[in-house]
Design a binder for this molecule. Structure first.
Ligand SMILES: Nc1ncnc2c1ncn2[C@@H]1O[C@H](COP(=O)(O)OP(=O)(O)O)[C@@H](O)[C@H]1O
Ligand SMILES: [Mg+2]
Length: 263
């Protein structure tokens, strides 16, 4: 079942009318489908549009054209009523994960659940479970500013997972971590996927490609989707019926300039 679907999505930043000068196109005519339970790597060099794509899924930015469906719902058509829907269904970890520095890990996670309107006992239970899942002690009273970078990243992941979202988005989750911590975080994200959550990671870190077993790799260059390993290539006229030729990951890796350029 598709959990995330972009069709013909174009998005530009700036104040002018869509398509006018003075607007920077960040995504151009992007279309893809991601199945439930996938582990997706969204890649491409800095400035390619990765973070913009994630922000569109969260509805914190709006497309100029095209549609974005999360679990079969067009999230921008009914944008106001989609916000609570997205809060429940999409968890996100951004680079500036903005933990409350004076609050404990438990308080940070609990706050995100209170926003969902859950009763206090449920908030406490879920927050503790989410912290235990990322191997943090829910009872620690240390404020978040005293945690290491890796621990802070775990709190941010626990916060994103506590509401039990269908999709977890992570923007450059290994960006500020050393290789050992990066591997730990990636293992954690793979465990999240093993529980059935669809995971989408935006990254241009080669370590991520070495370490994770991705089910779909989307490559952006200058705002265009230039490769999608889950897309079925057009079938040659003489191909046997029922034998779609999927583009292999190896083809994408060797053929895509953007990955080679940043490795
Ligand atoms: N808030 C913004 N205002 C104007 N331009 C932006 C903004 N955010 C991103 N851009 C531009 O959009 C393009 C895509 O950026 P981004 O999605 O951040 O790429 P990536 O995450 O792949 O590095 C870049 O040209 C960038 O400069
Ligand atoms: Mg980015």
């Amino acid at each position: 079942m598709p959990i995330l679907e972009f069709s013909g999505v174009t998005m530009s930043y700036g104040n002018g009318a869509a398509g006018s000068r003075g607007r920077t196109a960040a995504l151009k005519d992007v279309s893809f489908v991601t199945d439930e339970g996938s582990f997706v790597l969204l890649t491409g060099p800095s400035g390619a549009g990765k973070s913009t794509l994630l922000k569109l899924v969260l509805a914190s930015e709006r497309p100029d054209a095209g549609t974005i469906r999360v679990a079969d719902r067009d999230i921008h058509r009914l944008r106001k009523s989609s916000i609570p829907y997205l809060r429940r269904n999409v968890g996100a970890v951004f680079q500036d994960f903005k933990l409350l520095p004076d609050a404990s890990p438990l308080e940070n996670v609990a706050l995100a659940l209170q926003v969902l309107g859950l009763p206090p006992a449920e908030v406490d239970l879920r927050a503790r479970r989410a912290l235990t899942d990322v191997e943090l002690d829910p009872n620690t009273r240390r404020s978040s500013r005293c945690l290491s970078g890796g621990e802070q990243q775990r709190v941010a992941i626990a916060r994103a997972l506590a509401g039990d979202p269908a999709i977890l988005l992570a923007d450059e989750p290994t960006g500020n971590l050393d290789p050992r911590l990066s591997r730990e975080i990636l293992d954690l994200l793979q465990a999240v996927r093993a529980r059935g959550t669809t995971v989408v990671i935006a990254t241009h870190d080669p370590l991520v490609f070495e370490h994770v077993e991705a089910s779909q790799i989307l490559t952006l260059a200058y705002g265009r989707l230039v490769a999608d390993t889950a897309a079925v290539a057009p079938m040659p006229a003489d191909a046997p019926a029922g034998m779609p030729s999927a583009v292999s990951i190896a083809d994408t890796m060797s053929g895509a300039g953007p990955i080679g350029a940043v490795a």
